[in-house]
Design a protein around this ligand. Sequence first.
Ligand code: HEC
Length: 138
Amino acid sequence: MFPANPHRLLAWLIAGTLIVGLPLVGTITDRLRTRMQRAEVAEALTGGDAALAPPIFRRYGCVGCHTVPGIPGADGKVGGALSGLREQVYIGGVLNNTPDNLVQWIVSPRRFSPKTAMPATGISEGEARHLAAYLYRD
Ligand code: HEC
């Protein structure tokens, strides 16, 4: 079935690699592009800078209660995982999911849901914006 000539074999190998590889490269770049676009949209919506978020998640103990995608060791299980937030309808089951509401929830959850186990952590609104920018990228 395969040609005995080594040059032809090489040509087949290269053709095969391209046929399998090119669509894969396309898929990967598409994914990267959508991720980058999502990141830009998230930052525009929240006015935050997602790159600043990881140490803030740690500083205020969010990671002890929540699993946060992309943050090693952030595997808390007290509250839910903070993933796919941009597709959710409500925040904490009580607030419409808008960028400002997310920021306000992060700053003072009990203002909206008095019995929630999530405490006010002392985080500032500016810092909460960076976290919101990060969370809406996912
Ligand atoms: C002591 C544990 C605890 C800490 C610390 C904590 N949370 Fe929470 N968080 C919760 C719980 C429990 C819920 C679920 C609240 C509810 O539905 O009433 C929650 C809910 C949330 C939600 C809404 C999730 C959803 O799916 O609607 C967000 C967003 C959130 N927390 C972000 C944060 C951030 C950011 C921090 C750090 C500044 C933080 N939390 C710190 C326990 C915590």
